[in-house]
Design a binder for this molecule. Structure first.
Ligand SMILES: [Zn+2]
Length: 313
């Protein structure tokens, strides 16, 4: 069974052209996924495009999906640093991203994940946020991440919302002991808080390990750490929507929708939709007055990776 779906990547090293695993499986503990070196960094001029053919089938296992998720943010650690990444401007990027992703052609790919109780709408509602000033120090365990979410809810700083997806976003001085930066870049799961099934996700600031958890070191918004983490946020959000309780949509290897398209960013183009580059900086989406580089997502209709519903690959 799927446990926790991870967005990625074993630490960087590795030779260009090495084999890759597009899937991060979900059998028990997080698997190590080799994060292919970014072709852009190798001089090719763009982030990994990815293939356009059909992948192995993702299938439905009977559980619920989320219609319109309510997103909540817990800013863990210190997001008021002078490092150019864990900053007020960095927080504003996250807010703009989550505030605008709903009803984008990109997020509407999730509408293909129908379920017995209804399909995702493609909308996302960014609700509210709170802060957590290192309540569990600078090294979080998986259980501490749940404790951070639980505390935010039981203290009343965030509502207890079964339609919510709670993101614990850590500043770059915070590690996650089960493997942030070396086994994964983020994960999502669910757990019980005061008797309610709560969906939540950990995503760390990629500034801690750009070679592992970011596709590029110069980014469309001048903040490679946060721009990198936003692709992981999208990954976990679309998995939380299509497989919130880990019993809905995944393939025979346990991979969820975004797993199957991880670290692929679409074919190079001179304009959107497609992957557009200016110098060494690339992007493939635009909303909220910003450009973003976000991984593709899988259509359940034909098991291919797309940048938008029925759109560019
Ligand atoms: Zn995943």
């Amino acid at each position: 069974m799927i446990r926790k779906s991870i967005a990625v990547a074993a630490v960087g090293l590795l030779m260009a052209g090495s084999a890759f695993a597009a899937n991060e499986g979900g059998t028990g503990q997080p698997e190590i996924i080799v994060h292919r070196p970014n072709p852009k960094d190798a001089g090719a001029g763009y982030a990994t495009a990815g293939g356009t053919g059909a992948l192995s089938a993702i299938t439905y296992h009977g559980g619920p999906v989320m219609g319109t998720p309510n997103a909540y943010i817990i800013w863990y650690g210190n997001w008021a640093q002078s490092n150019g990444s864990d900053t007020a401007a960095g927080k504003a990027l996250v807010t703009s991203f989550l505030g605008g992703i709903g009803n984008s052609a990109y997020f509407k790919i999730n509408t293909t994940y129908s379920a017995s109780g209804g399909a995702p709408t493609g909308a996302v509602s960014l609700k509210s946020s709170t802060t957590d000033n290192y309540s569990h120090g600078t090294r979080l365990s998986d259980s501490a991440v749940l404790a951070v979410v639980s505390s935010a809810i039981t203290s009343g700083r965030l509502p207890k919302d079964p339609a919510g997806v709670y993101f614990v976003l850590t500043s770059s001085d915070v590690s996650e002991s089960s493997g942030f930066c070396n086994r994964y870049c983020g994960w999502h799961t669910h757990g019980s808080v005061s008797g309610t099934d709560i969906k939540y996700s950990f995503v760390g600031n990629a500034n801690r390990c750009l070679s592992s958890c970011a596709a590029q070191t110069s980014s469309p918004n001048g903040n490679a750490g946060v721009d990198g983490m936003l692709s992981v946020v999208a990954h976990e959000l679309e998995e939380a929507v299509s497989d919130p309780d880990l019993n809905a949509w995944y393939d025979s290897a346990g991979s969820e929708n975004a797993d199957k398209c991880a670290w692929t960013f679409g074919q190079p183009k001179s304009s959107l939709p497609g992957q557009v580059c200016s110098g060494s900086t690339c992007w493939n989406q635009s909303w909220g007055g910003h450009n973003w580089l976000v991984q593709r997502n899988l259509s359940a209709s034909n098991n291919r990776c797309y940048l938008g519903l029925n759109g560019a690959q």
